[in-house]
Design a protein around this ligand. Structure first.
Ligand code: ZN
Length: 471
């Protein structure tokens, strides 16, 4: 998942995507199921718990971004007598009043919580039409045999040794079909691991170039128009370059928080085959090229991850340059085509400059340990540029072959990427120098990158200080 915020006026920092970790663990058995139903303004969640246990823990228990508070406490009410919703350590939990096992059937009533969380997808998205999209995984829970243990669980559950079970969630609206993966269905039954948004109420997705787009009609017209036009163009180009998108039909959901004074903000998050963006602030009312470019980059970069990040994943976090740099180079190229005012070359130059800075005396692979995530984006894009020039084809063709060759085991390793470079370049000195920058950087990386560009055929000149400047 990713979360980014464009705080004040434009162009502001973004470190971009949080890492997309490979999720290759075998699925756990189902331990609970839940029926989520909307009846007019009333939302209920009926849990069916498959074993007697003194505590059931909600997996997705991130606190709110504003105030860092647990969010279920105010908006979820337990209707089943003798059961309480409490906070234990990092988690919301269900416990029985008498300390005994939680009953097998528990009913909750809730108000969809449509605000940002610190480290997770918003539990709900609220549209000005009255439509509400619910994040499907907010109902996931698992049992612990010892109630006291819930308070000791680590914030990162993947580090805990617990016999996890999964939750099967069914969603239904008494008023009519709900929208799931771009289509209206009477109800949907989900037990996948990653989660998505299920939409209740009115919305007319625009389906074009294989992506279904739902944009709040109250969003200011200029940005609404830009997104409506550019999104299918971006997806169409990605699919033309990389092949049909893997998995279910991609969706984009865009909401509008309203014209909060003195604010221009865009936040976004990404789930498999679903992009979500929220705009806020009076600064969005006026046309703003920086915000538009940022939004289009976000869509292109994140949609590129449907292939480079989902169809294939990296092996270790230190290999993120493959997916982040690759998605960035694809995005720079595609947004430049879709929006001619966008300066993709300036973005690439920034990547070169940042890569020089962030590989000086230190290897790119270990950037995460130093909190230098930007190195993966910047140097990964530079390495992509080298592969592109050496192959004499658009970078998309290089990526397409990597995706096709690794689709079966899903893992695209560093060795496989470098071997693909050797195949197109017939010059193993390129991959050897890139491996050197990954492992230990260089005392002065500028001449190393310039030399790589020269051998691969990237057109550049030397700027002051010996830095390569793209022509
Ligand atoms: Zn990314």
């Amino acid at each position: 998942m990713i979360r980014l915020a464009l705080a004040l006026l434009l162009g502001l920092a973004l470190s971009g995507c949080a890492a997309r970790r490979p999720a290759l663990a075998p699925p756990a058995p189902v331990g609970a199921s839940v029926d989520v139903v909307r009846q007019g303004e009333i939302w209920t969640a009926d849990f069916h718990l498959d074993r007697p246990a003194p505590v059931w823990v909600f997996v997705r228990s991130s606190v709110t971004r504003a105030g860092e508070l647990p969010w279920r406490a105010h908006d979820w009410i337990v209707e089943t007598p003798g059961v309480r919703l409490e906070r234990r350590g990092h988690y919301d939990v269900l416990v029985a009043d008498n300390g005994g096992p939680v009953p097998a059937e528990v009913r909750l009533r809730f108000r969809p919580y449509a605000h940002d969380l610190l480290a997770d997808s918003a539990p709900a998205l609220s549209f000005s039409t009255g439509a509400i999209a619910l994040f499907s995984r907010q109902f996931d829970l698992f049992a612990l045999p010892d109630a006291a243990a819930a308070g000791q669980l680590p914030a990162d559950l993947s580090t805990a040794t617990i016999p996890f079970t999964r939750t099967r969630a069914t969603f239904r609206d008494e008023a009519g079909p709900i929208l799931y993966a771009g289509h209206r269905v009477p109800s949907v039954n989900l037990e996948d691991e990653d989660g998505t948004y299920v939409l209740f109420g009115p919305a007319e997705p625009i389906v074009s170039s294989g992506i279904a787009t739902i944009i709040d009609p109250a969003l200011p017209t200029w940005i609404r128009g830009a997104l409506t036009e550019a999104t299918p163009a971006i997806l169409g180009r990605l699919a033309a370059a990389l092949g049909p998108p893997p998995g279910r039909e991609p969706m984009l959901m865009v909401t509008w928080t309203g014209p909060t004074p003195r604010r221009v903000a865009m936040t976004g998050s990404v789930l498999p085959n679903l992009l979500q963006m929220t705009f806020e602030g009076d600064g969005v009312l006026r046309e703003n090229a920086g915000l538009r470019d940022h939004a289009l980059w976000f869509i292109a970069h994140e949609a590129a991850h449907f292939w480079l990040g989902e169809a294939v994943v990296y092996q270790y976090a230190r290999d993120q340059w493959i997916t982040e740099g690759g998605a960035d180079l694809l995005a720079f190229r595609i947004v430049s085509e879709v929006q001619p005012a966008y300066d993709g070359r300036a973005e690439l130059q920034k990547a070169i400059d940042d890569c020089v800075r962030l590989s000086t005396g230190r290897g790119v692979a270990s950037a995460e340990e130093r909190g230098e995530q930007r190195a993966y984006y910047a140097c990964g894009a530079v390495f992509g540029l080298i592969a592109e020039a050496a192959s004499h084809h658009p970078f998309g063709a290089f990526v397409r072959r990597l995706v096709e060759k690794n689709r079966a085991d899903r893992v695209l390793t560093r060795a496989e990427w470098l071997a693909a470079l050797d195949r197109v370049s017939h010059d193993p000195s390129l991959s050897a120098d890139i491996a050197g920058l990954l492992d230990h950087g260089a005392p002065d990386p500028a001449p190393v990158i310039a030399s790589l560009f020269a051998r691969a055929g990237v057109r550049y000149a030397l700027a002051e200080g010996g830095r390569p400047r793209l022509l």
